[in-house]
Design a protein around this ligand. Structure first.
Ligand code: NAP
Length: 531
């Protein structure tokens, strides 16, 4: 059975349930979970009425009836006997699934009524569930086999909190090695990918809420996210996986961008946000987890802060191709898992598309070639990862660069490495450049009223490039335009570097107009969300 997207109906009254039902149906719910533990004045009769309502309104959508124990995440602490009566009457009223806590089912006196109701309604299935809201189960494999042994036709549901993305792999292993129906995924923000990969690995359901406010478990997606951002309808067991590794990562626009372009070329590929918290050790463990499981089908990664240097060093250990410029920059923003094996190991190749993305944005917007940049006086404000890639590219083209940075030691170090000049930020009034580049986060949303360079220093004969892409037109670019300067926006760089990654992932060029439209729409939506 294909994994279904289950939407919880967590209403306090029948009236509220009706509204939620309509929203869930419109949003594309494939199963409805009636969380009856949220109902006020709960009774068997009330739940029967609710089931009738649902079966009349959406007869084709299967339902799971749950009346959760408070200990396992229930909303209101209802008496155990009432909860059992509700589940047994739900099965008799035509619910396709009822969900009961495994721990309570262990007690013989709690089993009898449920077993009896199920024997009378052979189409109804029992889900035996267990949740760990703190962390991993001690032994998930044993727990799964204990549940299966207790009631072989039950569907084991094992849900635990992932405190790190590396905790998700036990859930993947269980799904991969289980032939019967099961529901397995992780809660928490580190568990997000498990809710989506659940479909590739054949979990019976994954849960998504109607909206942010109605989430019934930590880290639950809204139903719109898997459908629109994560290509839910096209995921199957053969889907190849990609993703962006970083921390934080929730804000990243790369998933919507790559998934839209995958969809446009009809590729069976899915791109995920991969929150890898911590440093080198956590990153290396994550990569090992991926490489140890070829059946997960991960083929490539974008890499962002703070793992670009880790990515390069890891690829060096894995004997893949290292793009010379990634080596010069000392950072990789793209990793490709090579399908060819060297001995027992798969190779990882590393590239840096930030450099090419920035150089492309500059040359295309200004209508020049790279060689035209020779001897150009260029100011780079910032000395972080993006500044480093840009300085490497411009040095390669022969530009005369002066770096300005808040943290003096960091700026001096970058300048010395690439043979550039350095000055502190308060020397910016004396700048003398044909091209000024902001490679800091100053002016980025929500601080849109900030600029790294006051208006009076902007000149008509300058070109001004702001790497910040949210908003696309920063205050710096607005004021540069007013001064008559040529402007280059960060969106162009972002799109160029993503397009180069897409080529590495698929061998095909994405459509630049589609990329720009996708990003602009998403940025507009985000602003609407936050105001
Ligand atoms: P990073 O490595 O953390 O470096 C941040 C830089 O910004 C450092 O030089 C830092 O100075 C400086 N900075 C931050 N806040 C500052 C402030 N309030 N005043 C003065 N300087 C400040 O980050 P990164 O990866 O280089 O990214 C920098 C920016 O590039 C991002 O914020 C993003 O907007 C943009 N970006 C664009 C693209 C694109 O494709 N267009 C891609 C990635 C990033 P210190 O050294 O003193 O800390």
């Amino acid at each position: 059975m294909e994994t279904k997207l289950a939407v919880p109906i967590a209403a306090t009254s029948l009236e509220q349930a009706k509204q939620q039902l309509n929203t869930a149906k419109a949003a594309g719910a494939e199963i409805l979970e009636l969380r009856t533990d949220y109902l006020e004045n709960l009774s068997v009769d009330l739940v029967r009425k609710l089931i009738d309502k649902v079966k009349t309104a959406v007869p084709s959508i299967p339902i799971i009836v749950t009346c959760r124990d408070k200990k396992e995440g229930g909303a209101i602490d209802q008496p155990l006997q009432l909860r059992i009566d509700i589940l047994t009457s739900a099965i008799k009223a035509g619910a396709e699934f009822i969900d009961f806590e495994y721990e309570n089912f262990l007690l013989l006196q709690n089993q009898e009524k449920i077993r009896q109701a199920l024997s009378q309604m052979p189409n109804g299935r029992l889900i035996l569930s267990t949740h760990n809201f703190i962390g991993k189960f001690d032994d998930i494999i044993k727990l799964h086999s204990d549940i299966s042994a207790l009631y072989p036709t039950a569907i084991p549901k094992l849900i635990y909190t992932a405190n790190h993305i590396n905790d998700c792999f036990e859930a993947f292993d269980l799904l991969h090695n289980t032939s019967g129906a099961a529901v397995v995924f992780c809660m928490g923000k580190a568990g997000l990918i498990s809710r989506i990969i659940a479909k590739k690995l054949g979990s019976l359901v994954t849960f998504a809420s109607i909206d942010d406010k109605s989430a019934t478990a930590p880290g639950q997606l809204t139903v719109e996210q898997p459908k629109t951002t994560y290509r839910w309808d096209s995921i199957n067991s053969n889907t190849e996986l990609y993703g962006v590794i970083g921390s934080p990562i929730a804000h990243s626009l790369s998933p919507i961008l790559h998934n839209t372009c995958f969809s446009d070329i009809g590729a069976n590929k899915l791109y995920l946000p991969l929150l890898v918290e911590g440093g080198k050790d956590e990153f290396y463990t994550f990569m090992k987890n991926i490489l140890d499981r070829p059946w997960l089908d991960f083929h490539g990664f974008s890499v962002t802060t703070p793992h670009k240097r880790n990515a390069l060093n890891y690829a060096k250990q894995k004997n893949g191709v290292i793009e010379p410029l990634a080596e010069t920059i000392g950072a990789a923003n793209t990793l490709i898992v090579e399908s060819r094996a060297t001995g027992d190991e798969r190779r990882i190749s590393a590239y840096n598309t930030d450099y090419a993305g920035a150089m492309g944005a500059i040359t295309k917007t200004l209508g020049i070639s790279r060689s035209d940049l020779k001897d150009w006086p260029v100011t780079v404000i910032g000395a972080g990862g993006v500044a480093r890639a840009i300085v490497a590219g411009l040095t390669d083209a022969g530009a005369k660069i002066k770096i300005y940075n808040r943290t003096i030691e960091k700026g001096k170090k970058l300048a010395a490495e690439f043979g550039c000049d350095f000055a502190p930020l308060d020397d910016l009034p004396n700048l003398n450049a044909k091209l000024v580049i902001n490679a800091t986060s100053i002016g980025m949303y929500p601080n849109v009223d900030e600029t790294p360079l006051p208006q009076q220093y902007l000149k008509k004969d300058m070109a001004v490039f702001d790497t910040v892409y949210n908003p696309a037109e920063t205050l710096l670019l607005k004021q540069a335009k007013q001064a008559g300067a040529k402007t280059i926006d960060g969106l162009s760089m972002f799109i160029n570097q993503a397009a180069a990654q897409f080529k590495l992932f698929t061998g095909k060029n994405p459509k630049p107009d589609l990329m720009r439209k996708t990003i602009s729409n998403r940025l507009a939506l985000k602003k609407a969300d936050m105001t």
